[in-house]
Design a protein around this ligand. Structure first.
Ligand code: SF4
Ligand code: SF4
Length: 433
């Protein structure tokens, strides 16, 4: 049997922060060492057909899911607290919930902060490889020791079945153009990282009927490029994705493809398919994600459910329909509550969460008038969908409805920027009651 990289057979004597102490790259280290993912990277520059980051259920455990996003400073604070409660943390990883290098400012700043405070900590990044290349020298300088590049296909026909689009230099590409570009950058990424002494693991999502007969070719190809480890991850069908009806691969299929791929690369067989905010030992299935932080930070927000609605002539607030408080991802008709934000010192602040009546009581005219009254201090409502009737009724009450699906913080920041620049787009303007 091929040994995993760094498996020395002396794992009991490994000290924290030796490169062999990464519990994902070395199965033997997972009994003693823990990892933490810092969710600072919300955006992604590609769209895989199996990925949906809109759903952030604290009970759901899969990559791309986080209870909340952290700024680099918040991430460092979070790390400090987690190290106190879990001293076994040997590695800090950035794995989303989007792609770390679609958010390079946040990712690199977080790595710099962690490196400064914890000079010996193992650092790890996980990316689709499209935009990591400009950062490989700084990653090396920061002593990032481990990287994961996800490669689901090295064949353009198979790749075109898996990827919907990519964005490069602010241009979106689709079809074969997208697949060729992505694979070009992925090859360069694996070579550049391994050339700099960074250990590269390749993740491949095993998608039955799409790439299951392609895993051997992927393993051989990425091994030739310098990858040290291969992690074949069974597909988790996610709601509202093109692949939602493809079933997870059977245990037999997983075993068979790993057996074949093992000829070229050691196989990671202990991956937990962790959330983007996972913390703890891989062996502890209850390793707690960030929801407890989300809850505690929620309590420290200026949110007060009984906050009175100001009786002023000017609407200043923004209402948001969100399932979990991270993304604008609810249709107005489904929104049992709306989050209310104020802009204070050019920053969005959650000030209230208001229960709506219409989600349970029906969507008649009367209920939309009640909704308009409920959010009468807001000039803008952000939702992922709404019918013409509520849009018209809210409009007559001076509340614009903007239909959009994105992160709340991203959209609110755009609104702040637009207001600062006195952008005259109608939905950015405040109005009078
Ligand atoms: Fe989702 Fe990752 Fe694919 Fe981006 S690269 S779409 S975050 S799975
Ligand atoms: Fe390790 Fe897999 Fe979890 Fe990533 S998803 S931290 S590789 S166990």
């Amino acid at each position: 049997m091929i040994q995993l990289p760094y498996s020395t057979g002396k794992e009991n004597t490994l000290t924290k922060w030796e490169s062999g102490a990464h519990p994902c790259f070395n199965a033997h280290a997972r009994e003693r060492f823990a990892r933490i993912h810092l969710p600072v990277a919300p955006k992604c520059n590609i769209q895989c057909k199996f990925c949906n980051r809109k759903f952030s259920c604290v009970n759901e455990s899969r990559p791309g899911v986080t209870a909340r996003l952290l700024s680099p400073r918040e991430a460092l604070d979070h790390l400090d607290k987690c190290i106190q409660s879990t001293p076994a943390i040997s590695v800090v990883g950035i794995a989303g919930p989007g792609d770390p290098f679609a958010n390079p400012l946040e990712t690199m700043e977080t790595l710099r902060l962690v490196r400064k405070k914890y000079p010996g900590m193992l650092l790890c990044v996980s990316s689709n490889g499209l935009n990591i290349l400009p950062f490989v020298d700084e990653l090396r300088a920061l002593k990032v020791s481990h990287a994961t590049i996800t490669v689901n296909a090295v064949d353009p026909i198979i790749g075109s079945l898996i990827y919907e689009w990519i964005t490069v230099n602010n241009q979106q590409q689709q079809g074969y153009d997208a697949v060729y570009t992505l694979w070009d950058y992925q090859q360069l990424a694996i070579q550049a990282l391994s050339f700099r002494g960074i250990t590269v693991k390749v993740n491949t999502v095993l998608i039955p009927g799409i790439n299951d007969s392609h895993i051997e070719v992927i393993a051989k190809t990425v091994a030739d490029l310098g990858a040290s480890l291969h992690n074949v991850i069974p597909l988790i069908p996610a709601k509202e994705t093109a692949f939602e009806s493809i079933p997870s691969p059977s245990a037999t299929l997983i075993k068979n493809v790993r057996t074949v791929a093992k000829r070229y690369l050691p196989q990671m067989e202990h991956c937990n398919r962790c959330r983007a905010d996972a913390v703890g030992m891989l062996t502890n299935t209850e390793s707690r994600p960030l929801e407890f932080i989300a809850q505690s930070q929620q309590n420290t927000l200026t949110h007060d459910p009984k906050v009175s609605i100001p009786v002023t002539s000017r609407k200043t607030r923004i209402a948001v329909a969100s399932q979990e408080g991270l993304f604008i991802n609810l249709h107005l008709g489904q929104a049992e509550s709306l989050r209310i934000y104020d802009i204070k010192n050019s920053k969005p602040v959650l000030v209230d969460i208001r229960k709506t009546a219409h989600a349970n009581a029906g969507c008649g005219k009367k209920n939309w008038h009640e909704l308009a009254h409920l959010i009468r201090d807001c000039y803008l409502l952000l939702v992922s969908g709404a019918g013409p009737l509520p849009i018209d009724i809210l409009d007559t009450k001076g509340i614009k409805v903007k239909i959009i699906e994105d992160e709340i913080t991203t959209v609110l920041s755009q609104i702040i920027t637009a207001n600062t620049a006195q952008c005259d787009k109608l939905y950015f303007q405040s109005a009078t009651i």
